[in-house]
Design a protein around this ligand. Structure first.
Ligand code: SF4
Ligand code: SF4
Length: 471
């Protein structure tokens, strides 16, 4: 697809109208390097309207990655005081949607969110959570209802604003480790056990206000769920959407896997039915905040004061049926930067969209590992820090420091120099980023992580590849 078609596909045409304020010394100003400077307004948040008239902030707070007491150990206790501070700041600056699930942060996220939000008035926030019954043992009606009820207790609420079937489209795995086709897994988890009917009843009773689903993987399951719309009346749907996935989701998928469909298709199908869209992975697991140099140069030339991430958030919020853009914001600097971008959201111009289209085409041609740092694969029983290893690998690819081939006998002195330089940079950074006993060479290929990964990454295969490159 050429640039013109890309623009047409977006229905582009909006003009940028709002200039962002310059920095000053107020407490609302971020000091962190790498983020945009400037006031964080308290009253300029962009809001969109949900199916039942809910006023939802365009930036939503994803409680998937939370600060821990020991910042170097994500398995250590959650830092509840820091989490309360982030939630308070978000609410004070107009953010009102918080998204969690029973699985996030090793099953600690809902409780943490409940503690943080119960300190506020119920009308000041909206909660989104999910039926995360991925484990084969709780595909039963009883097991799923238990998970549903526990969410109310942990979140300390008597109604949930947005409830979703979690991760439809992924394959399942039975207790013997056999793979279950994504469509069969969808029917097994949600339809045949009567859980979808149960949730429709719960919505009628007002215990959940909106019923939707989140999608990853096999698009046939997404289509199947939408074909039920006349009966179910989906109130919202969560999809992965960013300026790479818009048309290049396939380029991010693993070889032999389907990967998520392009978000252009997904969004189009939802908009056609007037179903509000929740966005996840606007930064592609953080990858769009640390871009290759060609993209950094282009963005900084246009908006030197703005962060790389701000472009991704502007893109994610650009389509009118997007209700909210979820972001995991572990640090205050991330939260401030994203609040600033959405307060108010500044539509992208045709020219800016064309720039992002060009970047997407080039980016999709680079071979990155599509890890979104969701942490579902953790902990690895052999201690590997899977997402950090992948983040380091991707960083090295972006910086041109991955050793692509073995050096041949006939290599020129210049090629040998470049090879040595890349190898040194890769290894020095690797040892800094990942403790030696948590690196790729510790992988024994047990496969325990495989069914957990929503991106369907061949994790042991990638570990082997990284290990070979770092030897
Ligand atoms: S396959 Fe490797 S990375 Fe995955 S759980 Fe086993 S040892 Fe850990
Ligand atoms: S490897 Fe997969 S499951 Fe693990 S953090 Fe990355 S995307 Fe998530």
């Amino acid at each position: 697809m050429n640039r013109r078609d890309f623009l047409k596909s977006l229905g582009a045409g909006a003009l940028a109208t709002t200039a962002l304020a310059a920095g000053c010394d107020s407490p609302n100003q971020t000091q962190a390097e790498g983020f945009a400077l400037g006031e964080v307004p308290t009253d300029k948040m962009t809001y969109r309207t949900g199916t039942h008239g809910e006023k939802v902030s365009l930036l939503g707070f994803g409680f998937m990655r939370l600060p821990t007491v020991d910042p170097d150990d994500r398995r250590s206790d959650l830092d509840q005081e820091a989490i309360n501070g982030l939630a308070d700041y978000a609410i004070a600056h107009g953010l009102n949607l918080f998204d969690t699930s029973p699985r996030y942060c090793q099953a600690r996220s809902e409780t943490s969110l409940g503690i943080a939000l119960s300190r506020h008035k119920r009308e000041d926030y909206l909660i989104s959570t999910k039926l995360s019954n991925q484990s084969y043992d709780i595909w039963t009606r009883e097991g799923s209802i238990k998970m549903f009820e526990e969410s109310f207790e942990k979140l300390q609420v008597d109604y949930i604003d947005f409830y979703m079937l979690h991760c439809i489209g992924l394959p399942g795995r039975d207790n013997e480790g056999n793979t279950i086709d994504p469509m069969k897994a969808f029917y097994g988890r949600f339809i045949d056990n009567g859980i979808l009917d149960f949730l429709i009843e719960q919505r009628a009773k007002g215990r959940i206000r909106n019923l939707g689903f989140s999608y990853h993987g096999d698009v046939k399951v997404f289509d199947e769920a939408l074909s039920m719309h006349d009966k179910v009346h989906w109130d919202h749907v969560l999809i992965q959407h960013n300026y790479i996935n818009w048309q290049h989701a396939g380029a991010l998928a693993e070889e032999g896997e389907t990967g998520d469909a392009n978000s252009q298709y997904l969004y189009g199908e939802l908009a056609k039915r007037d179903i509000p869209v929740f966005v996840m992975e606007p930064l592609l697991g953080g990858q769009l905040a640390t871009l290759p140099q060609f993209a950094v140069d282009e963005m900084k030339r246009r908006e030197p004061e703005q962060s790389l991430a701000s472009w991704a958030f502007r893109f994610a919020g650009n389509q009118p049926r997007v209700l909210t853009v979820l972001s995991g914001m572990t640090y205050m600097e991330h939260l401030q930067d994203n609040l600033r971008t959405m307060s108010p959201h500044k539509p992208l111009t045709d020219e800016e969209l064309a720039m992002l289209s060009d970047i997407a085409v080039r980016y999709a041609g680079i071979s990155l590992i599509p890890c979104t740092n969701c942490q579902y694969c953790m902990p690895c029983p052999y201690g590997l820090d899977i997402p950090t290893i992948f983040a380091h690998y991707n960083k090295m690819v972006n910086e041109g420091n991955v050793i692509t081939d073995d050096l041949s006998e006939a290599a020129s002195s210049e090629e040998r120099r470049a090879y040595r330089k890349a190898r040194r940079a890769f290894l020095v950074g690797y040892n800094r980023a990942v403790e030696p006993d948590r690196q790729a060479d510790r992988c024994i290929g047990c496969g325990k992580c495989l069914p957990e990964c929503p991106q369907q990454i061949d994790i042991p295969g990638k570990m082997l590849m990284i290990e070979e490159k770092s030897n």
